[in-house]
Design a protein around this ligand. Structure first.
Ligand SMILES: [Zn+2]
Length: 128
């Protein structure tokens, strides 16, 4: 096993740690988007009621923000799903292999993107 170090510099456990950390980061970012747009009206429970309706004055901007928020949430959902898939692949023993050709994805790239699904050739093909 020890002479495989050059091919596989990190263990599955380490990848799992990285993926778990990545997932937590994504979930945190996703939550912060929702949090930012939630009305924080806790203070109003103290008695002083402010006119919340004034927040809806600019409906155009609100719609735009909502669309932006939704598309960002979808992006994070996708990325979280990819991390989950990568964890499943770790368990299946296919982690780090291109989904198109089955060749190992180069480690340097995995370092930037642990949930990468394709080798550099097929990644370029998929993203156009
Ligand atoms: Zn490939």
């Amino acid at each position: 096993m020890s002479d495989n170090d050059a091919i596989q510099p990190v263990s599955n456990e380490q990848w799992l740690e990285r993926l778990t950390a990545e997932r937590e980061r994504l979930v945190g970012l996703r939550a912060s988007i929702i949090d930012e747009h939630e009305p924080h009206d806790d203070r109003e429970h103290n008695g002083t009621i402010t006119t919340i309706d004034s927040h809806h004055a600019d409906r155009g901007a609100a719609t735009y923000e909502l669309e932006l928020e939704t598309s960002m949430l979808h992006r994070f959902d996708d990325e979280i799903k990819r991390v989950d898939e990568a964890v499943a692949k770790l368990e299946a023993g296919t982690f780090g292999l291109c989904e198109r050709c089955g060749e190992p994805i180069r480690d340097e790239r995995m370092d930037f993107e642990p949930a990468a699904r394709y080798c550099i050739t097929h990644q370029a093909e998929m993203t156009g």
